[in-house]
Design a protein around this ligand. Structure first.
Ligand code: E4P
Length: 217
């Protein structure tokens, strides 16, 4: 499994990159709008200078022709950029064309197994299942990830990686890993939560206290 960071915050990306466990980054227009420099090109180039793995950058257009044009431009920003395209009929048209040109697509906003299946058939390198938003709506988001993994197992010719996205908590990451999802893209705060456990803190304090009590003797 790989962990991507789901943010456009350059400081958080730098801090996470130092941990040596981040394989890529996913951004979206909402994440970018939270940053002071909401200039997609500048932020993307900065992120790509920090992370050598795949960096997802979303299109802001809706018809296939415009998406293709925008994707070509954004893919030229750095060699590791892939293009996030929403699963719509136009999105599928654009994905089919772009994948034939060798531009990698992350088919985003997938909420059903069929949407992800169509994305894979169109040649998307990644399909992103929005687990948290499905859970928020009272559905079982992780079941969709499981279903897509099962479907892809049936059809090895579909060479697509499943991203568990819209991750809300560390349990989502554990569940995605148990299912065998290729990637979980996690917000920075969830990554920090994954590192921590109260017993670890207690254990460190006790080890140090015990050592100090002996070394004073
Ligand atoms: C995926 O790539 C998206 O950026 C992200 O996971 C969206 O999740 P949200 O529901 O937290 O906005």
């Amino acid at each position: 499994m790989q962990i991507f960071l789901d943010t456009a915050n350059v400081d958080n990306i730098s801090q996470a990159a130092e941990l040596g466990i981040i394989s890529g980054v996913t951004t979206n227009p909402t994440l970018l709008s939270k940053e002071s420099t909401a200039d997609y090109e500048t932020v993307t180039k900065k992120i790509c200078s920090i992370v050598s793995g795949p960096v997802s950058v979303e299109v802001l257009t809706e018809d296939a022709k415009s998406m293709i044009k925008e994707a070509r431009l954004k893919a030229s920003w750095a060699p590791n950029v892939n293009i996030k395209i929403p699963i719509t009929a136009d999105g599928l048209r654009a994905t089919s064309a772009l994948s034939q040109e060798g531009i990698k697509v992350n088919m985003t906003l997938c909420f059903s197994a069929n949407q992800a299946l169509l994305g894979a058939m169109a040649g998307a390198t990644y399909v992103s299942i929005f687990v948290g938003r499905l859970d928020d709506a009272g559905q079982d988001g992780m079941q969709v990830v499981q279903d897509v993994m099962d479907i892809l197992d049936n059809y090895p010719e579909l060479d697509t990686q499943v991203i568990a996205a819209s991750i809300r908590n560390p349990l989502h990451v554990t569940q995605a890993a148990l299912i065998g999802a290729h990637i979980a893209t996690v917000p920075y705060n969830v990554l920090m939560q994954m590192i921590q456990h109260p017993f670890t803190d207690v254990g460190i304090k006790r080890f140090l206290a015990d050592w100090k009590s002996v070394s004073k003797k």
